[in-house]
Ligand binder design. Structure first.
Ligand SMILES: [Cu+2]
Length: 368
């Protein structure tokens, strides 16, 4: 009798989950559908400023930033403050030092090979000790390392600087094999981002990639929209295995680890479309969970937030608002993670919430 009861509960739970999965899938396949807006019906009629009336994306990839370019030499152009600092450190300090040391060692080797070859130097020197040279080859490398350490540690400090109070929080949740996103400071916005398939890979009315969406294997159905010029507090976690949220133009790669929250801050300087990928080998379809960020002016971001049924933190201070402020109590803890958020375990309750929510709002992996 008891076993039958448990069986019934499990079947009911299975049916419920299947229903959730289908609902999420239906939302994702329809372009331009508002996600996570069920609590704010008044805002549902606002148009999404990033989409054309027909549901297609307004912003296409830019010519020179945010994506790989054929035959590019070097790293992608950086559009964040720490990215520019790191790129300059790489270009003007590390590369010249590496090049100089490599050439110096090459010249020394060639000189030894030719000058001291057996034919030219039949009677080798028995010298085994030279104090001056030994001091030089100890002190000079130490000085070089100290010279590198100063900008290196300064960069590290900038990268882990805690987010200021006006930062926008983006929570990226990795799952096999897609990303889901939440904007805990902006009400109840959450959505799933899946890679777009090619035209010949889809059947019956399913959405496929167009040139406006971005390059093959990098375009997604739902883009992350972020404001330009305002600090972003990125928080990552995962539901199954370790993923990594990586965006080359932001100098950003942050592991997404189940049961933990990692945190890093960055500010985007240029509007544009930026493409990245999961950068931690996470299974069979690891290569097919791209990341797309659309950076827009702050006013447009606020419009997008309201179109999605969310609120801007400033709305709370406004005298009257059309949409009621969303409760964001549970996000306070997550965002209060100390400066060195990386590696600091969040309170267990938070992490569990994050991962369970993600499962409920994402479409099945087979949909990818
Ligand atoms: Cu992954």
């Amino acid at each position: 009798m008891r076993i039958t009861g448990i069986k019934t509960i499990m079947i009911a739970a299975g049916l419920m989950l299947a229903g959730l999965g289908n609902a999420a899938h239906a939302q994702d396949t329809a372009p331009g559908v508002q996600v996570g807006n069920e609590t704010v019906t008044a805002a549902a009629s606002l148009p999404d400023p990033t989409l054309n009336p027909d549901g297609s994306q307004k912003m296409g990839e830019s010519a020179d930033i945010g994506h790989p370019i054929d035959a590019r030499f070097g790293l992608q152009q950086q559009v964040t403050d720490t990215g520019i600092e790191a790129h300059n450190f790489h270009n003007y300090i590390l590369m010249p030092i590496i090049t100089a040391i490599t050439l110096f060692v090459l010249v020394l080797l060639l000189w030894v090979v030719f000058r001291y070859r057996a034919a030219r130097n039949p009677e080798p020197s028995k010298t085994s000790h030279n104090t001056f040279i030994e001091v030089v080859w100890t002190v000079v490398p130490v000085l070089i390392l100290v010279f590198i350490a100063v900008p290196s540690i300064r960069l590290l400090a900038h990268q882990y600087k805690p987010a200021p109070d006006n930062a926008i929080t983006l929570k990226a949740i990795g799952s096999q094999w897609y990303w889901s996103y939440e904007y805990p400071d902006n009400g109840d916005i959450q959505f799933t981002s899946n890679m777009l398939k090619e035209k010949n890979e889809v059947t019956g009315g399913q959405r496929f990639r167009t040139d406006q969406d971005g390059p093959r294997l990098l375009a997604v159905d739902n883009r992350v929209v972020l404001p330009v010029g305002r600090p972003i507090r990125l928080i990552t976690t995962a539901t199954d295995v370790i993923h990594s949220w990586a965006m080359p133009a932001f100098w950003m790669k942050l592991d997404a680890i189940p049961g933990r929250l990692n945190e890093k801050t960055f500010t985007i300087d240029k509007p544009g479309l930026y493409f990245g990928q999961c950068s931690e080998l996470c299974g069979a379809r690891h290569a097919f969970m791209p990341i797309v960020v659309e950076a827009v002016p702050e006013a447009e971001f606020a419009q997008w937030v309201r179109a999605k049924g969310g609120t801007m933190p400033e709305d709370k201070n406004a005298p009257s608002t059309a949409a009621p402020a969303q409760p964001a109590a549970d996000t306070v803890d997550a965002t209060a993670t100390p400066a060195g958020g990386m590696g600091v375990a969040a309170p267990a309750g938070n992490t569990v919430d994050a991962t369970t929510e993600a499962v409920g709002t994402t479409q099945p992996a087979t949909g990818n």
